[in-house]
Design a protein around this ligand. Structure first.
Ligand code: ARG
Length: 569
């Protein structure tokens, strides 16, 4: 029951009737339909000027001729306004058909099989070993998680990859430092912070004592050669880092199918280098090996340093080939900050030059910067907001609000987790991903604004209405849903599937955030202006069904952006 498709088909029939001889008309009329800015102008508007060339006729005249052949039960009337033909649904029919379609499989409203048989790889979160999980990694984690859910819902097979940053000479230095000054218990207890201290000390002391650098290099060489001691310390560093990260992932409800990171790909770079060589793409540059990209207006892609060490690009090339060969993806997404834009442009260009036409299926899904209450995030200035601290604070604040608003609530701690985390996640997915985000507590946790808690609260409201409703035997009377508020809500519900499809197409979760928020707002408006439990049981049944459809669609929307939906708040 996709009204856009139906109106599109209807427009096709009308066109056929009005202009049986016409040639060269657009195929997909549904795609041409526009949503009028104001509902007094109808539910969908068909822009006739798109046909005027093929029909050699002015748009208003086309609209007029089409209008003459409009006569279908789903349409109450059409109106010609300028070059547009505006369609008005038959309100009662619309309510009946839409709600019947939603209630036939409420959990699936918005799902599709568009992606059936296709696989998408998604590289997100991709944290660095021995570094703290800070706010900068929030967006990639949260956008990636949402996209995974959206693609799943559209029928794709998804492969989520946490491409760990676990390769580089810094790990040799860290082991050297640990051997000199560290001890197991301190690192176990202090985790990543302790490793960072060791690393900082190493770099400080290396300024006085350059021999340390050799020691660091030697340890890294040992990791590369698979030396048992080096490897066991390195793997332990990884464990400790991941243990911290897992806590964050658990709170966020994020999971991965693979943790194959740079160290795994470092073992697969030989064939990349060989292949680049065979394909004549490799060039010498002061002893280093590069792929020249000058022709494409980009700096060279570095493949091997003069000492033969691989680089970020080399490992990413290996990873791309590995993913293609292992998962046979139809699309491969890299959800990474826009600062790495050039890196990915170069990467995809080199893949293309290697002759892989699937390079065009690789996409950099970029996002903007996050600042925190007006201050940019920067490690150097020491202004680092750590993700676990942020999430803990969010939960504490949510608990305060709950204690104030509904002190008697059961499960307060769990609801505080859902709401606090929801506030943070929602704020991250609220606007187009490329926009910079400035995170403010008061904004994110405001139950009245456009926030996660607001949408969650509306969901809980729907649940409460349904809980309190008596059993009704009467069949719903959809004539009770022809008022403007109910219709506005129905329209938004009917467009939810389009929003999900669009979010998937553009890798843009904020489209789902917005669609869900609009439904919540429209439900609240409806709720304030109408009595749901009317004296007439058939009317009440219709309003309850509308409430139920909202409840389920809001729940789906929240799920798709990674939020839980508590039934009571
Ligand atoms: N670990 C990198 C970082 O934190 C992100 C890796 C992104 N993925 C990739 N395939 N390069 O900056």
């Amino acid at each position: 029951m996709d009204m856009r498709q139906r109106i599109g088909a209807l427009a096709g029939e009308m066109l056929q009737k009005a202009f049986p001889e016409a040639q060269g008309l657009p195929e997909d009329l549904a795609a041409l339909l526009e949503v009028p800015p104001d509902k007094s102008m109808g539910d969908y508007a068909f822009p006739c000027f798109k046909l005027s060339k093929a029909l050699r006729m002015g748009p208003p005249m086309i609209a007029k001729k089409l209008a003459e052949s409009a006569d279908k039960p789903e349409i109450a009337r059409v109106e010609c306004v300028g070059g547009y033909l505006n369609f008005f649904f038959n309100r009662e029919n619309f309510a009946r058909e839409l709600l019947s379609a939603i209630m036939a499989a409420p959990e699936k409203w918005g799902a599709s099989r568009d992606g059936e048989g296709k696989t998408v790889c998604m590289d997100y979160s991709s944290i660095n070993i021995a570094k703290r999980f800070h706010l900068g990694h929030l967006s990639t984690t949260v956008i990636g998680n949402s996209l995974k859910r959206i693609y799943d819902f559209q029928g794709w097979k998804t492969v989520s990859i946490n491409y760990l940053g676990d390769w580089g000479t810094q790990f040799g230095k860290m082991i050297a430092a640990y051997k000199r000054w560290g001890d197991k218990a301190t690192v176990e207890a202090g985790g990543v912070d302790e490793m960072t201290k060791l690393y900082v000390r190493f770099n400080d002391e290396a300024k006085e004592n350059p021999a340390l650098e050799d020691e660091g290099r030697a340890w890294f060489k040992k990791i590369e050669d698979g030396d048992e001691e080096a490897l066991s310390i390195f793997l332990w560093f990884k464990d400790v880092t991941l243990r911290d990260a897992m806590k964050v992932y658990d709170v966020l409800g994020v999971q991965f199918d693979s943790y194959d990171g740079e160290s795994v790909m470092a073992k697969k770079t030989d064939r990349v280098v060989r292949e680049l060589e065979e394909k004549g793409l490799l060039k010498d540059s002061d002893g280093a090996k590069i792929v020249d990209l000058e022709e494409y207006g980009m700096p060279p892609c570095l493949i091997l340093k003069s000492d033969g060490a691989t680089l970020y690009h080399t490992r990413d090339l290996a990873a791309a080939l590995y993913r293609k060969e292992t998962y046979h993806f139809d699309r491969s997404l890299y959800i990474v900050a826009y600062q790495q834009d050039l890196h990915f442009k170069q990467l995809f260009k080199v893949l293309e030059l290697m002759g892989y036409d699937w390079a065009k299926e690789c996409q950099h899904v970029a996002f903007g910067m996050v600042s925190y209450e007006g201050q940019a995030m920067a490690t150097r200035t020491g202004h680092v907001v750590l993700l676990d601290e942020l999430l803990t604070r969010a939960q504490e604040r949510a608990l305060d609000i709950i204690n104030e608003k509904s002190p008697g609530l059961e499960n307060k701690e769990e609801v505080a987790r859902q709401v606090g985390v929801g506030a943070v996640v929602y704020a991250t997915l609220q606007n187009n991903r490329i926009k910079d985000i400035d995170f403010w507590w008061d904004r994110a946790l405001n139950f009245d604004g456009e926030t996660g808690p607001y949408v969650q609260y509306t969901f809980a409201r729907c649940c409460s209405v349904l809980r309190k409703a008596p059993e009704i035997a009467a069949a719903p009377d959809y004539a009770a849903l022809t008022d403007d508020e109910a219709q506005a809500l129905l329209r938004l519900l009917s467009r939810f599937p389009e929003a999900v499809a669009e979010a998937c197409l553009r890798n843009e979760p904020s489209i789902v955030t917005r669609a869900t928020t609009e439904i919540a707002k429209a439900y609240n408006k409806y709720y304030y202006e109408h009595r749901i439990l009317d004296d007439d049981p058939a009317a009440a049944a219709a309003r309850l069904q509308l409430t139920d459809a909202c409840r389920q669609t809001i729940k789906t929307g929240l799920y798709l952006i990674g939020l839980d939906a508590p039934e009571r708040m």
